[in-house]
Design a protein around this ligand. Structure first.
Ligand code: ADP
Ligand code: MG
Length: 721
């Protein structure tokens, strides 16, 4: 771990953190390297660092000493409990708390925490998805401390808990979480990059995949949230007519932040800083009540942990402010959804960003090499990147004219494209100084910085010194797309390195050899580069002509995971075994089917028990009004009849569609085979759900608001005061 991640601890406690300089308390709730250095005996500290650097198992004495220091530190800060904190394949985090207390010899209570409790935990893992990796007779898995992530204290409403980041592993060592594959992929891409750098005479040591995830979210009033079972249980509204004012005025993006929201953001940031999460940017997003928070980038595994924690902190701080935080990809139909832009790059241990164009032709050659590797990785495994972010939630967002389409392409920007294309045409064949100068390659840094004309429509954009993968969904565990990205680029780096070595063997000097390999890659990857408008209706047609894969939804995308090419990528790189990969595929299918099932059951219930009774009541009140008017000799207006007749017809249609949904659910439920089940839920059930929703939305538009049983979009999206 680089020094950059050494978390400082300031004087603590400080009464009003919101009035203190952040640097004085940043990371005060983390058991950081600095704290460890202060509190651990010198030899233990050294041994711990060595173990981590070499990725070895922690010895018993070291674990015991660290546990002792960690416990003392946590108890001094008021922690009463500890938990292993892990990331099962649900995409969420899991924790089971144990108190430190135990009996002493005389029957009194003392606090204890042993080395073995630190390094290994045994949650009853049988209830976490394993995709069949754990047959029931060995339903246990264990959690193992990941010393590369600092332990931290989570503050609850009336107490504190020491959280120990762990990997979750089956008894045969299989990965049961998202963290283990991410760490393996970071090792893999590091080794490949180190090999590549050796070509350029750079002895880099470890290369670190880094990520800065920009998180979008919605805030709505907690009381309204509690009146919407769909928001509470499915995370999104399953019904809701379009409001009179949505985002058409485009008056929210970067608008001034309302006081109630700002209070929430500031409180959340204090909590994040205490946890050592470097929250940096906050602003209003495009949709009403939509916002973004972005931290400073960190090593990908730390960024993944921190993003999970950030989502948790937003939720809990929201509660304190009477706000519900919506992290779903599409909480409201017809209103922009939420994504999580994953900014990604590779850097050496001493901080050289390998995607930063350099200052010399030599450095720029190296930059072009790494750029080519990213292009190759995305070109070869674009469908897998798309599959990595496929989920029931993200299906509502991708390709819906507000988010990148489900076709992977790369944006390079005008200047870089010009250079790349010139190299592709062979204009640098000899790579003489003259050619390099003529092409402007010696001036790349300037060009690239100017060339970051932001194309906001591309799913995978080069932005000066990093790539921004924009198709990731707001609620997703970033560990998964990061793992795929590391794997794909790692593989391409290996391939390019081998190609350069082959050229060198045939007697070419380095510069010429590199340019030959880069040129070949540029020519192979032309189809995946696209700088135009990815939202335009012409692009999918053009992409199809180029032969780019286009999985329109999760059902289609899930097949990608089963391709031999994909299996080879994971197995050969050591990131996932064949069995681990199969288990993950199983879990993805299950999660998809279960999500749609929950949504469909919920909508059925809401329609049957809330909306349709309200609508029929409205009908009967209207009918009664007409009858009563007639009874006193007043002829009701024709429109009153028409409105009633039309609304009765809508209710009739809705009942029919409700039956349709019920039938589709029963049919889907009967499917035991994985693919058939996924197809049934994604096909007929989803279609029936949408049809019913359409009816209910139409009913809402004409129903007496007084009887309407759910908060309406207009209320949910009203500006906060
Ligand atoms: P945008 O204009 O796209 O919102 P920002 O400048 O706000 O971009 O940065 C977005 C994110 O990218 C931040 O989290 C930032 O820390 C991260 N980032 C910056 N440089 C790198 C890098 N080299 N590698 C990974 N992430 C980076
Ligand atoms: Mg961005």
């Amino acid at each position: 771990m680089s020094e950059r991640n050494v978390l400082p601890t300031g004087p603590y406690p400080i009464e009003r953190l919101d009035q203190a300089a952040v640097s004085t308390y940043f990371g005060c709730n983390t058991f950081s390297w600095r704290v460890m250095q202060e509190r651990l005996p010198k030899e233990i500290f050294k041994a711990l660092r060595k173990t981590i650097k070499k990725n070895e198992r922690l010895g018993g004495d070291v674990a015991q000493a660290v546990a002792q220091a960690m416990k003392d530190w946590a108890i001094e800060r008021g922690a009463t409990h500890f938990t292993h904190w892990f990331q099962p394949m649900t995409g969420l985090t899991a924790e089971k708390h144990d108190a430190f207390i135990g009996w002493d010899e005389r029957g009194g209570v003392i606090e204890g925490f042993s080395g073995s409790q630190l390094i290994q935990g045994e949650p009853d893992a049988s209830s976490f998805p394993s995709g069949g990796l754990r047959a029931t007779f060995e339903a246990r898995g264990y959690t193992a401390w990941d010393p590369a992530s600092p332990a931290f204290i989570m503050e609850g409403p009336s107490g504190k808990t020491l959280c120990i980041p762990t990997a979750f592993i089956g008894y045969h060592g299989d990965a049961l979480d998202h963290k283990v594959p991410l760490l393996r992929s970071m090792d893999y891409v590091s080794k490949q990059a180190e090999g590549a750098l050796r070509l350029f005479g750079v002895e880099s040591g470890h290369v670190i995949a880094q990520c800065g995830p920009e998180q979008e979210y919605f805030l709505i009033d907690a009381q309204l949230y509690q009146e919407r079972p769909d928001l509470m249980l499915a995370g999104r509204t399953l019904q809701g007519a379009k409001p009179p004012k949505g985002q058409e005025l485009e008056d929210h993006y970067f608008g001034s932040i309302k006081r109630r929201i700002l209070a929430f953001m500031q409180d959340a940031e204090v909590e994040l800083y205490k946890l050592g999460i470097p929250a940096k940017t906050r602003h209003n997003e495009v949709a009403p009540n939509q916002f973004e928070i972005a931290p400073i980038y960190e090593p990908a595994n730390v960024a993944a942990d921190h993003n999970q924690l950030l989502m948790e902190v937003l939720r809990t701080v929201g509660e304190r402010h009477g706000l519900a935080v919506l992290l779903h990809e599409k909480p409201f139909a017809g209103i922009n959804g939420s994504g999580k832009h994953n900014n990604w790059s590779l850097a050496t241990e001493d901080g050289q960003n390998l995607l930063d164009p350099g200052h010399t032709p030599q450095e720029n050659l190296q930059f072009l090499f790494f750029l080519a590797a990213v292009m190759k990785g995305v070109q070869r495994h674009g469908d897998l990147l798309r599959a990595a972010i496929a989920s029931a939630g993200n299906d509502h967002r991708l390709g819906a004219n507000e988010a990148p389409p489900a076709i992977m392409s790369i944006f390079l920007g005008g200047e870089l494209t010009r250079i790349v294309e010139a190299i592709g045409r062979g204009e640098l064949a000899d790579a003489s100084e003259r050619q390099i100068l003529d092409l402007g390659i010696s001036k790349l840094p300037l060009l690239a910085k100017d060339a970051t004309d932001r194309n906001r429509t591309s799913p995978f954009a080069f932005t000066g010194n990093k790539f921004e993968f924009r198709a990731v969904g707001a609620s997703q565990a970033i560990a998964v797309p990061l793992t795929v990205l590391n794997a794909a680029v790692g593989e391409a780096l290996g391939g390019l390195t081998a190609a350069v070595e082959a050229e060198q063997k045939s007697g070419k000097e380095l510069r010429v050899a590199v340019l030959a390999a880069v040129r070949a890659t540029i020519n192979e990857t032309g189809a995946v580069r696209f700088d135009g408008n990815n939202y335009s209706p012409e692009w999918p047609i053009e992409a199809d002509r180029r032969g780019l894969p286009h999985a329109r939804n999760t059902v289609e995308a899930l097949h990608t995971w089963e391709l031999p090419r994909v299996r080879d990528l994971f197995v050969k790189s050591g990131i996932l075994s064949k069995e681990e990969l199969e288990a993950r595929i199983h879990v993805r299918h299950e999660q998809y089917a279960k999500t749609i099932n929950i949504e469909a059951q919920l909508l059925r219930e809401i329609a049957e028990q809330k909306i349709l009774p309200a609508a029929t009541r409205d009908l009967s009140v209207r009918a009664e009004a007409i009858a009563r008017l007639k009874a006193v000799g007043i002829e009701p207006a024709d429109t009153m009849h028409t409105v009633l007749r039309e609304q009765a017809a809508r209710v009739g249609v809705a009942y029919g569609r409700l039956d349709g949904l019920r039938a589709a659910l029963a049919e889907a439920d009967g499917n035991r085979e994985l693919h058939a089940q996924t197809a049934a839920f994604g096909g007929p059930v989803m279609a029936a759900q949408l049809a019913l929703r359409e009816s209910l939305d139409a009913i809402e538009e004409h129903c007496n608001e007084y009887y309407w049983p759910l908060p309406k979009y207009r209320e949910l999206l009203a500006p906060m005061i």
